[in-house]
Design a protein around this ligand. Structure first.
Ligand SMILES: [Cu+2]
Length: 322
């Protein structure tokens, strides 16, 4: 049997098995690939993973088929003749051109695909820093209003909901600027709503990772890291710190929930009312906070001065009236 025949046979086996494996993967496994479909970012991440798998599976199968074929057809048989080396592949123009072309096409396609997916998905759930390059419609307006204290959100309004994530050793809390700026350890979100997460830290570097929402954004002190996602399904999700931040890093997690817009509205209004007395004692809503340097709140930056960039230093220095 000549060499061309071997190649043709391997190629036929490869095409049949690749198509079968890709179809089985896409329809049976694909819908269950993490992070699920709770948000548009999650669905999009799942789609991207599945595309990578569909491209990787034929590569893997190609290697396996070659190995199996070589073992079955070209290995020495017991008592048979000594195996003879085949023609050297060195300087084989066809093999070289095919190798370079196929690998280049795969890599360049994936680079382009990854870039497009980042752009169309507004950063794909990753923190884009304080000035996002890609934002969903209405997000900047909602954020500006939230900071000014004039932001609103109501069910069926299609408005972007800004939520602030505040990380500190070793817990996350959340402020809702469109509901009076109350702060709570519960992360409750309305379904079918674009959320603008504004992530910051009060002390060291943490990372806000809500895996089912497909959001992962660094929490840096004095930085407002913005990440977007749109909720598509109700249900619980997990929040974990994803940046080693000290001895209790491993226990820095909590759970959130995506609920109906009406339920969210009830929860937000009830929490705003219940927390009203505490909210008055919080620093005014801002994108970043610096704990008081003067010791009143156990300041993290002991510079001994009240610096003008932080409203919180002034706040922290103020002792509550007794
Ligand atoms: Cu942490």
């Amino acid at each position: 049997m000549n060499e061309t025949h071997h190649l043709r046979r391997m190629t036929t086996i490869w095409i049949v098995l690749s198509i079968a494996a890709d179809l089985l993967f896409w329809f049976l496994v694909g819908p269950h690939i993490p992070p699920g479909r709770m948000t548009d970012m999650a669905s999009s991440n799942q789609f991207d993973f599945n595309i990578l798998f569909v491209i990787a599976i034929p590569v893997l199968i190609g290697v396996w088929i070659y190995l199996a074929y070589a073992i079955a057809v070209w290995s020495a048989k017991r008592g048979g003749p000594e195996p003879v080396g085949g023609e050297a592949a060195r300087n084989n123009r066809t093999a070289q051109v095919a190798w370079i072309t196929i690998t280049s096409v795969v890599v360049i396609f994936l680079a382009g695909f990854g870039t497009v997916e980042l752009v169309v998905n507004h950063g794909s759930g990753g923190g884009e820093g304080p000035n996002p390059v890609w934002s969903p419609a209405g997000a900047i307006k909602a954020e500006t209003a939230a900071l000014a204290g004039t932001g609103t959100w109501s069910p069926n309004s299609n408005q972007v909901l800004p939520v602030q994530v505040i990380a500190q050793q070793w817990k996350f809390t959340y402020r809702y600027p469109t509901f009076g700026g109350f702060e709570t350890p519960q992360l409750i979100l309305p379904v079918n709503t674009t959320i603008a997460f504004n992530v910051t830290s009060l002390d060291v570097i943490h990372s806000f990772w809500a895996y089912q929402l497909s959001v992962k954004a660094d929490a840096n002190p004095q930085v407002n890291d913005v990440a977007y996602t749109t909720t598509n399904q109700t249900g619980p999700f997990t929040v974990r710190c994803s940046e080693l931040c000290g001895i209790w890093h491993g226990s820095m997690y909590n759970y959130g929930r995506v609920v109906s817009q009406q339920k969210f509205m009830q929860w937000a209004q009830a929490t705003e009312a219940a927390n009203a007395a505490n909210t008055k004692d919080l620093p005014p809503f801002a994108w970043t906070y610096v704990p008081d340097a003067n010791g009143a709140a156990g300041g993290y930056y002991p510079d001994g001065t009240v610096t003008p960039y932080s409203t919180v230093e002034t706040y922290g220095a103020k002792q509550p009236a007794s």
